[in-house]
Design a binder for this molecule. Structure first.
Ligand code: ZN
Length: 486
């Protein structure tokens, strides 16, 4: 076994070697809780989930930390733009704390609905002000940061490695330099660690600090919380001899600069050790071939999609099965194809559970071992999920062809194989359910024909009949799909 991951830090595919044998420390940049997350955000969290489930199946003990950004932040380092939490608070007539609570809960709901494994900790920024202040003090002591009139800035000229992740090295930034955005900064490229003097006079979320009452900069929480929960700088609650270096840090590609670049500067400036060994960035998502935007009205949340009748499993499948470094084109047609793929798996599970032959002629043991090996070997190649699902559906085809001579014991082995694979995919249902795929497809066909000739009585009768058996029909622009609901 050799796990290979694409490392954004080196722009190369590298063998994965953890800091501590058998142990993986993973940090994922989490949501900013000022609105419901959209499917683009969800993709990034699902990639983290896939990675974690895969590493666990490969035998690693994974510690996963994902932050909840519940502090208002400017949309840039230059104290300009809007404070997203405050804007949401005004819009919804709540205070920023209530907004943060509300959307933290909805984020947790979405994780639950999509069968995303819980991280070990979801630290909230507002509960880690002391840790942030401690790091900022250390950065001032170490000579990386300076204080001007109650604001604290990171001096990027003091950190020669600045730009090593994004390629935005100081010389490049200087060449692109626009007007000085903040008169307190020594260099226009410096970024803020603490604001006591902001242009926002009536900022609600404020805390005491050695530099005055104010609030933290955009990036410091991730340095503080990853250090607290994944390294030995503050405690050793997860591992007795924890080094300060994290194994894997993930996030959306838009986080690479300035957010992750600044995290590196802050963390390495604090500990003097390498911050992260492997950086993984998830590519943007398109909806029906277009960038998500307010004007196109295509920024979908999970409830938006579920309310159209699609199942959480189909959403999970679509968001998971495109490689994380490829642009994912999210289409309603792909949701339909996903539901059909899931239904095929459910039909197979049902058939395997209802095998009548006591003894068969199909050697499941070796077959299952091979399929599992091949499935994992595809994922070893920088999470090649398309290859892995290819292995799965080839196996499904083979098993389906062999159903008449599979014995009950071999069926159990094949069911165990599917369960192991589903430890990673998280889309299958092993409770006893009859899929009746063929019969349902036949009834859907009859109903469509009835609708074509405007015989709505028959069409409705078929729908009601299926409903009685727990089968719900969903009419989408791409055709009719079915979903089982209790
Ligand atoms: Zn972060």
């Amino acid at each position: 076994m050799s796990i290979k991951l694409y490392n954004s830090l080196t722009n190369d595919i590298e063998p994965f070697v953890p800091v501590h044998d058998g142990f993986v420390k993973m940090y994922n940049c989490g949501p900013t809780v000022y609105s419901r997350i959209h499917i683009g955000n969800i993709r990034s969290f699902l990639v983290a989930d896939l990675l974690k489930r895969y590493l666990k199946l490969r035998g690693y003990k994974v510690t996963q930390v994902m932050n909840i950004t519940d502090v208002g932040h400017m949309t840039s380092d230059a104290d300009e733009g809007e404070d997203k939490l405050q804007v949401a608070a005004n819009r919804e007539k709540l205070d920023p704390w209530q907004i943060a609570d509300k959307y933290t809960q909805s984020f947790m709901d979405d994780l639950e609905t999509l069968n995303i494994d819980k991280a070990d900790v979801y630290p909230r920024a507002t509960q880690h002000l002391n840790e942030m202040i401690e790091i900022i003090e250390k950065l001032v002591d170490n000579g990386y940061a300076y204080v001007v009139k109650g604001n604290v800035y990171f001096d990027v000229t003091k950190f020669p490695d600045y730009g090593k992740l994004s390629g935005n090295v100081l010389e490049k930034l200087q060449a692109q330099q626009r007007a000085v955005d903040d008169p307190y900064k020594r260099n226009p490229q410096d970024f803020v660690l603490w604001f006591s003097h902001s242009k926002y006079k009536n900022h609600i979320m404020k805390w005491d600090s050695p530099w005055g009452e104010g609030y933290p900069g955009w990036h410091i929480e991730c340095s503080a919380m990853s250090l607290k929960y994944l390294t030995d700088a503050f405690n050793k609650q997860f591992h007795p001899n924890m080094a300060s270096t994290i194994d894997i840090h993930t996030g959306g590609e838009d986080n690479k600069f300035p957010h992750h670049e600044c995290e590196i500067a802050q963390s390495e400036g604090t500990t003097g050790q390498k911050f992260v060994n492997y950086w993984m960035h998830v590519t943007h998502l398109l909806v029906e071939g277009e960038k998500m935007s307010k004007s196109l009205g295509n920024i979908y949340t999970l409830p938006d999609i579920l309310n159209m009748g699609y199942s959480p499993e189909a959403v999970r499948y679509v968001l998971l099965t495109t490689h994380y470094r490829q642009k994912l084109n999210f289409t309603f047609k792909s949701l339909l194809a996903a539901q059909n793929a899931i239904n095929r798996l459910q039909e197979l599970i049902f058939n395997l559970k209802n095998i009548e032959n006591e003894n068969g002629d199909f050697e499941s043991g070796k077959f299952a071992e091979n399929v599992k090996d091949n499935f994992l070997e595809e994922l070893d190649k920088d999470l090649n999920i398309a290859g892995a699902t290819g292995v799965l559906f080839d196996a499904v085809k083979t098993i389906n062809k062999s159903l008449s001579y599979i014995g009950q014991q071999d069926a159990e082995i094949l069911l165990d194989l599917l369960k192991e694979i589903d430890n990673i995919l998280g889309i299958m249902d092993f409770s006893n359910q009859e899929p009746l795929e063929k019969e349902i497809q036949e009834l859907i066909k009859q109903r469509n024909e009835a609708r074509k000739i405007k015989d709505f009585t028959t069409a409705d009768k078929i729908r009601e009949n299926l409903k009685k058996h727990g089968i719900h029909l969903i009419d989408t622009p791409e055709g009719t799909i079915w979903k089982r609901r209790q």
